[in-house]
Design a protein around this ligand. Structure first.
Ligand SMILES: NC(=O)c1ccc[n+]([C@@H]2O[C@H](COP(=O)([O-])OP(=O)(O)OC[C@H]3O[C@@H](n4cnc5c(N)ncnc54)[C@H](OP(=O)(O)O)[C@@H]3O)[C@@H](O)[C@H]2O)c1
Length: 380
């Protein structure tokens, strides 16, 4: 029985992870849960899954509030509290489903404490790809991607890496505005951007799917996770979201991973790795189904082009790309800027002088903070 720590348990990845734990009580048990502020949701999860500990990262609740809402469970609060819970409670594997740059330190703490990491928080790899992969290698801990495209590549590359891989292909649904012209994008609203055709996800990643910044983050993620040159990572629009990734071997064959768009499959495979466990939610019958692929229009999705540039320029630019995009999306969600201005402020921020060391986590967090200040300046 694996003890699983679920960070961000109230979010989309967290809830899908708990769904699997609930379906497979003989395989997995929830050791600990965490959230930012959705305290009633985590209290309900605590009553159902009976974890040993819970961490809440919100200043809105006092210790007294938490004791009342979370009786009979050890609780931790604040950012320090979350890191302490990872260290003190421990688990066989930690699922990091925290959204944004706040997931960075918990990822490092997990590996430093000798636990395997099932990583949905792509920001960890975008911001600190070399450091986190090196840490996992040195400690001999597993770093298993949960992002569906990277989970697909992880298994495809395991079986074909030795045979010579020419390129990898990440697929993209095209998000909420796939069929919109650039003119139509000028007037889109927050509610439109949050209406993803294929996936149920948190608000930040759903907006990122509409701008394709999400695919940009994933190109950077693939570059660091699998040590693949940026030029060998291709993106194709695939509206149905059945093919999650492909690899092309040197003699020209394409290999694909195909399943229903359901995040429970990559989460289950990460939890059970290296075993495969039987499940029924991802089976896809291909009869009478259409699989189509289209090239990306980089004029329409400038944030994807900017991500390629950032990945080629260097790791500091990847940190800036992520920070600027996070601040811009937050501003869009609060209706402070328009949809098209997200890409504009990220481009403006990246155009500043960002050469600097990313050798330590402190360096990375310093660049991240400075980029956020500059982006906010452009937004204002
Ligand atoms: N959703 C997907 O299908 C999917 C697929 C691939 C990759 N990912 C990646 O997985 C991560 C999570 O995505 P999501 O869609 O699950 O996000 P989400 O639904 O917004 O959930 C985010 C979770 O993180 C918690 N959280 C947010 N800020 C925090 C902070 N400052 N400190 C501690 N906890 C915090 C939230 O707590 P509250 O609920 O209390 O706010 C929530 O539990 C992202 O990096 C995303 O890119 C997601």
């Amino acid at each position: 029985m694996k003890r699983v720590m679920v960070l961000g348990s109230t979010g989309s990845i967290g809830r899908n992870t708990l769904d699997i734990i609930g379906r497979m009580p003989g395989e997995f048990r929830a050791a600990a849960l965490s959230c930012r502020s959705r305290i009633r949701e985590i209290a309900a999860q605590t009553a159902e899954f009976k974890p040993e500990a819970v961490a809440v990262n919100s200043i809105d609740y006092t210790a007294g509030d938490l004791r009342q809402l979370l009786p009979a469970v050890q609780f931790y609060s604040g950012e320090e509290g979350l890191l302490k819970m990872i260290e003190e409670v421990g688990a066989d594997i930690v699922v990091n489903g925290i959204s944004g740059a706040r997931g960075l330190l918990p990822s490092f703490k997990t590996l430093e404490c000798g636990m395997d990491l099932a990583l949905a928080n792509k920001e960890t790899v975008v911001m600190a790809g070399s450091l986190i992969t090196e840490l996992a290698r040195k400690r001999n801990q597993k770093l298993i991607p949960v992002d569906s495209e990277h989970a697909a590549l992880f298994s495809l590359l395991e079986s074909a890496a030795e045979r010579g891989v020419a390129e990898v292909i990440l697929t993209a649904s095209g998000g909420a505005f796939r069929d919109f012209s650039t003119e139509q994008l000028q007037n889109v609203r927050v509610a439109d951007a949050l209406n993803h055709p294929n996936w149920q996800m948190g608000p930040k990643i759903t907006v990122d799917s509409a701008t394709m910044a999400n695919k940009g983050l994933e190109v950077i993620e693939a570059h660091y996770l699998f040590s693949i040159a940026v030029d060998k990572i291709k993106v194709l629009i695939h509206p149905q979201s059945y093919v999650h990734a492909m690899i092309r071997t040197i003699e020209g064959s394409l290999y694909a991973q195909i399943s229903k768009p359901d995040m429970r499959l990559p989460i289950l495979n990460a939890l059970s790795y290296p075993r495969l466990l039987g499940a029924d939610f991802a089976d896809l019958e291909l009869g009478n189904r259409e699989l189509s692929f289209l090239p990306v229009d980089y004029q329409k999705y400038p944030l994807l082009a900017l991500a390629y540039e950032a990945a080629k320029t260097g790791s500091a630019h990847c940190v800036v790309y992520n920070a600027a995009n996070e601040v811009a999306v937050e501003a869009f969600l609060k209706e402070r800027i328009s949809f098209l201005e997200i890409a504009a402020v990220v481009a403006d921020t990246l155009n500043l002088d960002w050469y600097g060391s990313t050798a330590t986590l402190e360096d990375i967090l310093d660049i991240d903070q400075r980029a956020r200040v500059e982006t906010e300046r452009f937004i204002k």
